[in-house]
Design a binder for this molecule. Structure first.
Ligand code: IVH
Length: 714
């Protein structure tokens, strides 16, 4: 205990009597104190202060922040403590999101990618459009920030917006320079941390000798080695790094992707030597074949080839969809396969009640990963026909006891591809798909035209409830550290958590002695229980898109949730609009259907969800416990059109409709397809008709394309 340094709350001034100066000073002292205590506890296994004292300090810190919100420090532990002690890593918010890539699986996908870009930019067939092609490294991505040439932080991708602070670990990787000469003032370098196959084999041999855990493949080994709380362990692991992208930069690195890579190389980063410039899809595919031919001889794992538009001006015009850039794509290598025995077919009931058949397999290694389950999709797939009733696999059905070829592509769940009829056991019987839910006994109903059968026991089916809860806490939703699938199952079983609201009342119920204390449960201790409660508390503030996604509404995925959050901005507006659209007609219904990416099926699922009485009551209980953050549209700082609703009509002459829309959205505007009283700006090109008339009637501001471009400063 180092009590001499402690800002002990007992001797401190009451928070309501602090001046702003005193508060700022104390927050700074507390920040240092808490950070050091945190580090001592987690990295050195040598706590400096007692848990109780740590909590005192934390509470005081939070209290001061509540009174002086403007003084809250960017490194505030209030935002980190819940999560940090659990995972041990603080969080870093990426200044520019770290995105993933769309996939191409064959030559047609590559040609479509190129053609789509030409269409978006309205490029003539004969206009140049070059791409870089480089291996897709199978590791984990890392973003390093350099300020005035010094490495100041390094973060994993995390969920794309917020990653883990692994600065100390990055500093011990040889391929990562600590200092750069002649770099821009601010430079974020992004790339892949990986481990060579040889180093991976050596590491596993050593681990085995020590009786320690071995890794399934080089990627897992790289991830496990980088994400070590004890940097000394990371420093013994042979990690490497390829730079292939960048985030924030205070000045452009170059005009082209290729030149930017050369610049990164000249600053001291390793870049991949197999990168080539390709002038058309044929050259891209030739480079793909070339890299595929080299694949086995490389000393590291790759899982495809990444193509990127070479011209950086075009890259910026193309911009991003919600989670992927329009200017790049990953052309994946074909999946790896293996033959094994299908021991049993089991039915899992998902959060929407869908009955999903799963193959339990004799474990087999596929591309370095042990596979013991594979998806069988649905009843028709098992029977050997597609959704239209046409034969697949030559009409051969899948039976328990069959020998099957399984394959896996990337991280997705493995699939069954083929049945080996010559090895089918004589006693094998055709599989009979259940007509009742194996979890709750309700009827499983397959609606005409639907591929899947669904359990009709919505609220009484425990499997649906548990799966909904698992989805609610999943990474793209509430992402509560320490509350994963396993814990949800246990808490559900004990009746501690039966619906989302219960998560947020868990601590109070435990404190009030209504449930057995968590810390007395198997696998839990005082610290882990406390960490869980802190992590839950932290997620009471939740961005709107995460809440919408977490509700687990059918057809609403992560990017639709983001689209909805951006369109409605606030939870109360969103909920009110969904309730107002209940009749499937009227302005709210039309506005919902107008949102890009929301079709009538998703719109109906949304509206029905908010209409259902029991779901609404559960939502009210949840609502009362949360503080939902509005989702600001991206990069809208200082944007003259942030939050405005814009409609484009007529012919645009400077850019395609798609580009105009993407640009407007990137500036925080909402783009709608129809003019209404909510429209702020109509951009009308030649040939505009009824929308122009309607805008005039409603008194909506109308701009020409040039006026619009001038307004957005393009
Ligand atoms: S570019 C905005 N280039 O693949 C685009 N990614 O599936 C940023 N990856 O998260 C990515 N090799 O971890 C890019 N040569 C490469 C890559 C690469 C591997 C990873 C990266 C990314 C993931 C997307």
């Amino acid at each position: 205990m180092q009590s001499s340094q402690t800002t002990h709350p007992d001797h401190a001034k009451p928070v309501d009597r602090l001046t702003a100066d005193e508060a700022a000073w104390e927050l700074s002292a507390l920040s240092e104190r808490l950070a050091s205590a945190n580090l001592a506890y987690h990295q050195d296994d040598a706590p400096e202060i007692s848990d109780a004292e740590f909590d005192h300090l934390k509470r005081r810190n939070a209290e001061i922040e509540r009174r002086f919100p403007e003084l809250k420090r960017p490194d505030s532990l209030t935002d980190q403590v819940g999560a940090a002690p659990v995972s041990g890593f603080a969080k870093i918010t990426h200044s520019m999101r770290m995105l993933s890539l769309g996939n191409a699986f064959n030559d047609d996908d590559v040609r479509d990618f190129e053609a789509g870009i030409r269409r978006f930019l309205n490029l003539a067939d004969e206009a140049d459009l070059a791409f870089t092609a480089e291996p897709k490294i199978d590791g984990l991505s890392l973003s390093m920030r350099y300020e005035k040439g010094h490495l100041v932080s390094a973060a994993t991708r995390g969920d794309g917006s917020v990653g883990e602070n692994v600065t100390a670990n990055a500093r011990v990787i040889d391929d990562i320079p600590q200092n750069l000469k002649g770099s821009p003032d601010v430079l974020e370098v992004r790339g892949e941390v990986y481990m060579s196959r040889e180093d991976f084999a050596l590491l596993n041999a050593m681990q085995e000798q020590k009786g320690a855990k071995t890794f399934a493949n080089p990627r897992n080994a790289a991830a496990g080695s980088l994400r070590q709380l004890d940097v000394r362990i990371t420093s013994t692991r042979p990690l490497r790094f390829f730079a292939y992208a960048w985030g924030e930069v205070s000045e452009a690195l170059a005009d082209t992707q290729m030149a930017a890579l050369e610049r990164l190389a000249s600053l001291g980063f390793s870049t991949n030597p197999l990168t080539r410039l390709c002038r058309n899809p044929s050259e891209m595919m030739a480079q793909y074949d070339e890299i595929a031919r080299n694949r086995a001889d490389l000393d590291y794992d790759i899982d495809g080839v990444v193509y990127k538009v070479n011209d950086l001006v075009l890259q910026s015009r193309l911009g991003f969809r919600s989670t992927t850039p329009r200017w790049a794509i990953a052309h994946k290598f074909p999946a790896e396969e293996a033959i094994t025995k299908l021991e049993k077919i089991e039915i899992q009931v998902g959060r929407t009640g869908a009955l999903s058949p799963v193959a339990r397999l004799t474990p087999v290694t596929v591309g370095g990963v042990v596979v013991s389950n594979a998806t069988l999709h649905n009843e028709d797939y098992i029977a050997g026909r597609d959704s239209k009733g046409d034969p697949i696999r030559g009409g051969i059905d899948i039976r328990e006891g069959d020998w099957v070829t399984v394959y896996r592509a990337g991280d997705v769940i493995p699939k069954v591809k083929d049945v080996h009829l010559d090895r089918r056991p004589e006693e094998a019987e055709p599989y009979v798909f259940p007509t009742i839910c194996p979890e709750c006994g309700s009827d499983a109903i397959r609606e005409p035209g639907e591929a899947v059968a669904r359990c009709s026991g919505a609220l009484i089916c425990p499997a649906q409830a548990v799966e909904k809860l698992k989805h609610f806490v999943s990474r793209a939703a509430f992402d509560i550290e320490g509350l994963g699938s396993k814990q949800i199952e246990a808490f559900f079983e004990q009746r501690w958590i039966r619906e989302p609201a219960d998560i947020f009342t868990l601590q109070d119920r435990h404190a009030a002695g209504q449930d057995q204390p968590l810390q007395d449960q198997e696998g839990w201790g005082e610290k882990s229980a406390e960490n869980l409660f802190a992590a839950i508390l932290q997620k009471r503030r939740i961005p709107l898109n995460r809440l919408i996604f977490g509700l687990g509404i059918r057809h609403v995925g992560e990017s639709s949730a983001m689209m909805l959050a951006r369109s409605y901005n606030s939870w109360s507006d969103f909920r009110a609009a969904m309730e107002a659209a209940r009749s499937h007609e009227g302005p709210e219904w039309d506005a919902l259907n107008d949102i890009d990416g929301v079709g009538s099926v998703m719109a109906a699922a949304l509206v029905d969800f908010f209409h259902e009485d029991t779901a609404r009551a559960a939502l009210d209980r949840l609502d009362a416990l949360l503080e939902v953050e509005d989702v600001a549209a991206p990069a809208s700082d200082g944007s003259p059109v942030a939050g405005k609703t814009v409609v484009f009509t007529g012919t645009l002459e400077k850019m395609t409709r798609a580009e105009a829309k993407a640009r407007a959205e990137a500036l925080g505007a909402k783009v709608s397809g129809s003019v209404s009283a909510k429209t702020d700006i109509l951009v009308a090109g030649p040939g505009a008709g009824s929308k122009l008339k309607k805008a005039a009637e409603l008194g909506v501001e109308t701009l020409s394309e040039d006026d619009w471009l001038a307004l957005i400063g393009a």
